[in-house]
Design a protein around this ligand. Sequence first.
Ligand code: HEM
Ligand SMILES: *[C@@H]1O[C@H](CO)[C@@H](O)[C@H](O)[C@H]1NC(C)=O
Ligand SMILES: *[C@@H]1O[C@H](CO)[C@@H](O)[C@H](O)[C@H]1NC(C)=O
Length: 518
Amino acid sequence: MEIYDKVQRAVQFYVDPVRFQYMVAVVALVYIALKVTQLVFRRYEGARALESFPGPPGHWLFGHVHEFRQDGTDLDKIVKWGEAYPFAFPLWFGPVIAFLNIHHPSYAKTLLATTEPKDDVAYRFLIPWIGEGLLVSHSKKWFRHRRLLTPGFHYDVLKPYVKLIADSTKVMLDKWEGYAKTNESFELFQHVSLMTLDSIMKCAFSCSSNCQTESGTNTYIKAVYELCDLVNLRFRVYPYHSDFLFHLSPHGYRFRKACKIAHDHTEEVIRNRKEILKREKDQNKFQTKRHLDFLDILLTARDENQEGLADEDIRAEVDTFMFEGHDTTASGISWILYSLANNPEHQQRCREEISHALQGKGTMDWEDLSKIPYTTMCIKESLRLHPPVPGIARKLSKPITFFDGRTMPAGFLVGTSVFGIHMNSTVWENPHVFDPLRFLPENCAKRSPHAYVPFSAGPRNCIGQNFAMNEMKVAVCLTLRRYELMTDPERKPKMLPRLVLRSVNGIYLKIKHLELDP
Ligand code: HEM
Ligand SMILES: *[C@@H]1O[C@H](CO)[C@@H](O)[C@H](O)[C@H]1NC(C)=O
Ligand SMILES: *[C@@H]1O[C@H](CO)[C@@H](O)[C@H](O)[C@H]1NC(C)=O
């Protein structure tokens, strides 16, 4: 009885509304105080780690976030700061997140030689969409997957893709006939995105999507655009770094909706293939007409213990390739075509080389890829001036020491500014000038290989590099063979560094049909 009384009194004490509110307030205050102390401590730690790296002054709360205006000046700013603060300088995103921005070849070499995980800020925001695929996975998982997927990029696998890419390119070029007739300028990036999506679907998944000709905009492409946009927005808006706040926001809602569209799309692609593979197995024959594609490799990959990839892993890899395999090349091709429009004398030289290589053929074959050295140099030069992946970042799991003795402790974010490195005026004389001869073999030999890193370098470089080069070559050759490209002086594109390099105001061209082609 006594015990019962005591309990009741205790309950009364605690449920007393005034006292209850008071207690909640105390708990909340203690929590906030702890959080603030933690943040102050992290800021202090960050500032100390970065002591030996002077950098541009930033706002005490927002850091350098507001310096990036998304108006086409952001990349120039990185270069300007790079000149003022050699090798590397810190950037602050909000009060506690700092990251060291590297723009020096030897610094990049040290960082890219490691298999340190990707940073957990920007890439973390990609995970709900592309899962832990090759791009964002790390440690053992990454290592195993990289080994299992590497055969998917063997040249025997890439060979039949050339014709498929040529087919997709032709669909795009047919669509452009109208623009050639009316002489009106048109926005390139969206056309090229559809073309590269069409290509990756055909090459990697043997799907004919007809996404280039279907009426209305493709919902998947729209979802991918939206996802890229929102991932970038999340990175810039500090409160959105919190999963909780982002989830509640309208942007979070749009993100989930777009994710669902993207996932439904990939799941359908996988489901269809599983059915085909099962049918083939039941009928005990492989459809010999179909080429061995990336999805076959994913579904049949086995490690040394004869273990394959889990369903969830397969979806992550498929989403990763759908994203990495088309958005990057779309950016690459769009900027290359723009660069050639902007440099008519190089465009003409490429065209002569191409007509010589193709000898009047209306298409392009595997063997032709090696017959266009000048065009290849123009492509490389455009990737230097307009790197489709303008920056890459890692999170240090152990301290790193650079060649000049400066170090960064474990736990910090370190990024390589691909654009910054490509604009280094010591390595690249007049860096803003388009000059393909920089890529003559004798000139390449004079530079550090890390002065040019459009595909990154080291163990975590781009696994799709050869695929991408082939696709860019085919698209450029077939386009130049049919059209003359001109810029629209009214609409000069302004570079916008997102996950992939875009343009604030689109990439516009004018085209003219060439006489020599039927
Ligand atoms: C012009 C086109 C492309 C460019 C400029 C490019 C650039 C890059 C860069 C810079 C990285 C390193 C990213 C990082 O460290 O965070 C990367 C990684 C990667 N790329 Fe590409 N890429 C292109 C096309 C492709 C294509 C066509 C595919 C697939 C078909 C692809 C698949 C990947 C994958 C899976 C990774 C992660 C590799 C790993 O971490 O092991 N990329 N790419
Ligand atoms: C450019 O690269 C050179 C040589 O690798 C280096 O000495 C120089 O500091 C770099 N410049 C900048 C701005 O990083
Ligand atoms: C097409 O546009 C170009 C470039 O703006 C211009 O020089 C040319 O005269 C135009 N041609 C026609 C037929 O309108």
